[in-house]
Design a protein around this ligand. Structure first.
Ligand SMILES: [Zn+2]
Length: 330
């Protein structure tokens, strides 16, 4: 970029004043973020033993607690019953979240997308997903109060969206939006496969790619926020229960801190003006809330960083083809 002579002259003048000392690097803006972790007890619950889930949860929860991140985990209770004899271990993993002072919400029993079944069937799956979580919360003197839409499916048409929202409100839920989504669910099975093969170099490569993608996505969403609102509302980050997060969430938190974020609670974030602005989005795909607000205002957001090509190729070579049974759900 070329500087104009006027700016250059101003810069030289500025530099010539000895009494003024400027910091070398501008301080990052003051930003807020809520950390949310979906698909508990773990995304790949069908592939993991009770012990593996316990180990994964212990590590993930320890980092969140040590760094005083008031995270909310969203539960698919259907994942508790995938292996007979391991139900108690899986429930104990959920208890670990609450014992650490974190919160749990509902993500439906079977990870059921609102765009994939009838509204009635979806509502039944919401109710079915409350049983154990509500009990565990009550044991910790807490109430079930947050809901996260699987696949971020908010409805194929506006009426379905509004009916589902009214249903959730009638059951005492606040909907947990998403504004930062670095697609960790797409990196997580690659990481698991590299881990299973004992390929530390590949694990490192996948982690580095994930963290780079996080930085790109955060920058994109921060810019889109400013374009939509003139400021950056408290962001709501979507992560998933996985070995990738258990072993590297600390690096995601470091990245956020470097960008000026501090960690806030979901209920406090939702009081921000942005979350009460109109959102009339509906459609087959479930984008994040920033995109939903943009579409509501007649804008088609452009320039979202694509999932890294190298990782796309790795998914094709490392993971079973789509015809294989039981792929991990996002
Ligand atoms: Zn999910």
């Amino acid at each position: 970029m070329h500087r104009s002579p006027k700016i250059l002259a101003f810069s030289l003048l500025f530099c010539a004043i000895p009494a003024v000392s400027l910091p070398q690097v501008a301080a990052p803006p003051d930003r807020q973020v809520v950390v949310t972790v979906d698909d508990l007890p773990v995304g790949a619950a069908q592939f993991m033993s009770g012990q593996e889930i316990t180990d994964m949860t212990t590590r993930l929860v320890a980092t969140l607690k040590a760094q005083q991140v008031p995270a909310v985990g969203f539960v698919n209770e259907g994942k508790l019953y995938l292996r007979p004899g391991e139900v108690d271990a899986r429930i104990a993993a959920l208890s670990q979240w609450l014992d650490a002072g974190l919160e749990l919400g509902n993500h439906t029993f079977g990870h059921t997308g609102l765009n994939r079944v009838s509204l009635k069937d979806w509502e039944e799956d919401v109710v079915r997903g409350e049983t154990v979580t509500r009990l565990l919360l009550a044991q910790h003197k807490m109430k079930l109060r947050f809901f996260r839409h699987p696949y971020l499916d908010v409805g194929r048409d506006l009426q379905t969206r509004r009916d589902a929202e009214a249903f959730l409100t009638s059951r005492g839920y606040h909907i947990a939006p998403v504004t930062l989504d670095p697609w960790d669910w797409a990196f997580a099975p690659l990481y698991d496969e590299a881990r299973k093969r004992g390929d530390a170099a590949l694990q490192q490569k996948i982690t580095a790619s994930f963290l780079a993608h996080c930085a790109d996505m955060f920058a994109y969403d921060e810019k889109l926020s400013r374009e939509l609102f003139g400021y950056e509302p408290p962001q709501i980050l979507l992560l998933h229960g996985s070995n990738l997060e258990a072993e590297h969430i600390g690096e995601v938190l470091d990245l956020l801190r470097k960008r000026g974020y501090h960690f806030v609670r979901l209920d406090s974030a939702l009081t921000d003006f942005a979350y009460s602005t109109p959102n009339d989005f509906f459609g087959e795909e479930g984008p994040g809330w920033l995109e939903q607000w943009a579409v509501t205002r007649g804008r088609i957001p452009q320039g979202e960083p694509p999932f890294p090509l190298e990782m796309q190729k790795l998914r094709q070579t490392l993971l079973p083809p789509p015809s294989a049974p039981a792929p991990a759900v996002p």
